[in-house]
Design a protein. Structure first.
Length: 120
């Protein structure tokens, strides 16, 4: 019996073949694994637990919300959500191992990402 994730994935796939979906993952997910995900169990009858990486690939292939797939797969927010901060945001205090990063060190890091250029 398909679980909620499996039913949702099958709905997203529609009439597209499993092989075509697999091709769109650039070989990252086999057509047989996608079929297992849709059924909710492996060919051996074990419950399927896709990795967050697998769900990330499927969210891109199906153009659907990654968070929704993660929740349907049984992951909680704290299992996968990380805070995102833009290094260019001067209103945020960046830290490393609990210690604030001095502004001059942040500028060195920014310069590194700009390819060594000093200009902003």
């Amino acid at each position: 019996m398909p679980d909620k994730l499996g039913s949702y994935l099958k709905e997203l796939r529609g009439k597209e073949s499993l092989r075509d979906v697999s091709k769109r993952t650039n070989g990252k997910i086999s057509h047989s694994y996608i079929a297992d995900l849709e059924k909710g169990v492996s060919r051996r009858g074990n419950k399927i637990s896709p990795s967050p990486e697998t769900l990330k690939v499927l969210s891109k292939v199906y153009n659907t919300d990654y968070d929704k797939l993660m929740k349907l797969a049984g992951y909680s927010d704290k299992d996968y959500k990380k805070k995102h901060v833009d290094l260019a945001d001067d209103d945020v205090i960046m830290s490393y191992e609990g210690k604030p990063i001095p502004p001059e060190d942040l500028e060195i890091i920014r310069r590194f990402f700009r390819g060594g250029k000093n200009d902003k």
